[in-house]
Design a protein around this ligand. Structure first.
Ligand SMILES: NC(=O)C1=CN([C@@H]2O[C@H](COP(=O)(O)OP(=O)(O)OC[C@H]3O[C@@H](n4cnc5c(N)ncnc54)[C@H](O)[C@@H]3O)[C@@H](O)[C@H]2O)C=CC1
Ligand code: BAL
Length: 501
């Protein structure tokens, strides 16, 4: 990625962007069959960006039909894996060529900072797609033990037509997490982006066809959850759905599946992720940097955000001093200003929801921030509260971190696990035995020690308890979501052998 530009330069790019408006079905843009549209706005300014096709069940039917045709005639599903790899690598090159345009489009559509879009979202998107593309011609099938005249093959086949239902917090990156392994495996996909953030998925679909992806393999159907997400979840010809979003909506997909064709469902859901800092933690300044990044990156709109700080009472004050110093660097403001680290919340509705939690925080002890900066913008906030309070239990999905002091390692772990969620957790300690014991005891899909993070493309990502179901994103395990195992048993007994003997 080249140097970041100035705010004025980013604004000029934003003004010159050609924003996609229509759904992308069977290799081209199409308006909704009903002709209906909805307005998509820039959450940082409240200004309308463009009108986007408000699709419905009839558009989902069409997209699934085209995806099915593509899957069955093998134009993608039966290509040699190396040929699929070549197309996906060409897509990565096109994305790289259009990286700046995509970063600006992502920022104005979502309120995310241009800093993050340029340095994380777009480069990570390309990295993820490339990783899955590179993987696909390096996976071998298996041969099971059998007698000399039999071959028992265990092969992986693409699962078929898959629905990919996306959240708004990482529109490009979540698209890549799902289309990367799905397309590499040979599936045809129908993507349903969040209505708040539709633009970059449409642009990626357009670039994918330019890269040589056959028509019908990647479709993007735009619109609301009830209008597009539900028909996709209930569709009898969709073989599998991979969903990232809230636990409430994820639960619905299990009903959709049970009520329709028992399609496979993979859910990556919410989190209320503990970040434990023990009294033996070393380098509190580095710990503070991790805490601030974990809690406030992407305005806290991150399923794996460090949203519950559980800190030993003996070091609470020292840690808070350092956190306060680091938080000063997290400037709140115009997302197109490259110095800004805290942009706008994704929508007015979400801003109101987070503001409600901020109001509740006023009844507790606010240790940092606590204010609304402007409509859509909330300053990084830390509130000391009891472990059982609403603020410490519910997923806020905003820049509000709760702090709960504890007196021991055991108490920290117990409080950390007192949640219906189990997505991510972190623990800061200099004592190796505590680190390993803590990592084992924490009921979460990813535990980081002495850092905040969610691993990388090489490690599986998904949740324990009500944070996940059915599979993992990222790593070679993501490939499992989009493939199914087939046993091919060959009886090659030579029945003429007796005659020859
Ligand atoms: N785990 C995560 O990464 C995310 C968690 N969330 C959490 O969810 C809360 C609510 O945000 P939402 O945007 O409402 O999340 P959501 O889970 O409702 O939305 C995610 C996706 O599901 C679709 N959807 C919504 N209702 C649907 C339905 N009835 N049937 C089928 N699809 C449907 C949406 O259009 C979107 O594409 C947030 O405040 C946050 O706490 C939101 C986004 C991402
Ligand atoms: N942090 C990646 C997954 C998510 O927030 O939805």
């Amino acid at each position: 990625m080249s140097e970041l530009l100035t705010t004025e330069e980013y604004k000029a790019i934003a003004a010159s962007l050609e924003l996609p408006q229509n759904a992308f079905i069977d290799g081209g843009f199409r308006p909704a069959i009903s002709g209906r549209t909805f307005v998509t706005t820039n959450p940082a300014t409240g200004e309308a960006l463009t009108e986007v096709a408000a699709c419905g069940a009839e558009d989902v039917d069409l997209a699934v039909q085209k995806a099915r045709e593509a899957f069955e005639d093998g134009r993608w599903s039966r290509l040699h894996p190396a040929e699929r790899k070549d197309v996906l690598i060409r897509l990565c090159k096109l994305l790289t060529r259009n990286a700046r345009e995509l970063a600006v489009m992502e920022s104005i559509d979502s309120g995310k900072t241009i800093h993050d879009c340029e340095t994380v979202d777009v480069p990570e998107t390309i990295h993820v797609l490339k990783w899955h593309a590179e993987l696909i011609d390096k996976i071998y099938d298996q041969v099971a033990p059998a007698s000399d005249d039999h071959i028992a093959m265990v092969v992986r086949e693409p699962v078929g037509v898959v629905g990919l239902v996306l959240p708004w917090n990482f529109p490009l990156l979540m698209l890549a997490w799902k289309i990367g392994p799905a397309l590499a495996a040979g599936c045809s996909v129908v993507v349903k982006p969040a209505a708040e953030t539709t633009l970059t998925a449409l642009r990626v679909a357009e670039l994918a066809v330019q890269a040589g992806l056959p028509r019908g393999v990647l479709n993007v159907v735009t619109g609301g959850g009830a209008e597009v997400g539900e028909p996709l979840g209930r569709h009898p010809d969709v073989d599998m759905v991979s969903f990232t979003g809230s636990t409430v909506t994820g639960r619905r997909f299990l009903h959709y599946s049970a009520d329709s064709n028992l399609k496979e469902v993979v859910l990556e859901l919410g989190g209320k992720n503990p970040c434990i800092v023990l009294d033996d933690a070393e380098d509190l300044d580095a710990v503070a940097a991790h805490v601030v990044n974990g809690a406030f990156w992407n305005m806290g709109q991150n399923c794996s955000a460090a949203s519950r700080l559980i800190v030993h009472k003996d070091i609470q004050d020292k840690l808070m001093d350092r956190i306060t110093a680091h938080a000063r660097e997290w400037i709140v403001g115009d997302p197109l200003d490259p110095q800004v680290r805290v942009g706008a919340l994704v929508s007015t509705g979400h801003f109101r929801k987070v503001s409600g939690y901020l109001k509740a925080a006023q009844d507790e002890t606010i240790l940092l921030g606590g204010k609304i900066v402007a409509e859509g913008f909330i300053e990084p906030t830390i509130v000391q509260t009891g472990a059982a309070s609403t603020l410490a239990r519910e997923e806020i999905f905003g820049p509000i971190l709760t702090l709960v002091p504890v007196a021991s390692f055991e108490e920290a772990i117990a409080i950390a696990n007192e949640t219906e969620y189990g997505l991510a957790a972190s623990i800061f300690t200099a004592i190796g035995k505590r680190a390993l014991r803590g990592a084992r005891m924490l009921r979460a899909g990813t535990v980081t020690v002495n850092s905040f993070g969610e691993g990388d493309i090489t490690t599986p990502f998904g949740g324990y308890k009500q944070s996940g179901f059915g599979g993992r994103d990222n790593s070679i395990h993501a490939h499992d979501q989009y493939t199914q195992l087939k046993t091919i048993w060959l009886d090659l007994t030579d029945h003429t052998a007796t005659a020859l003997d």
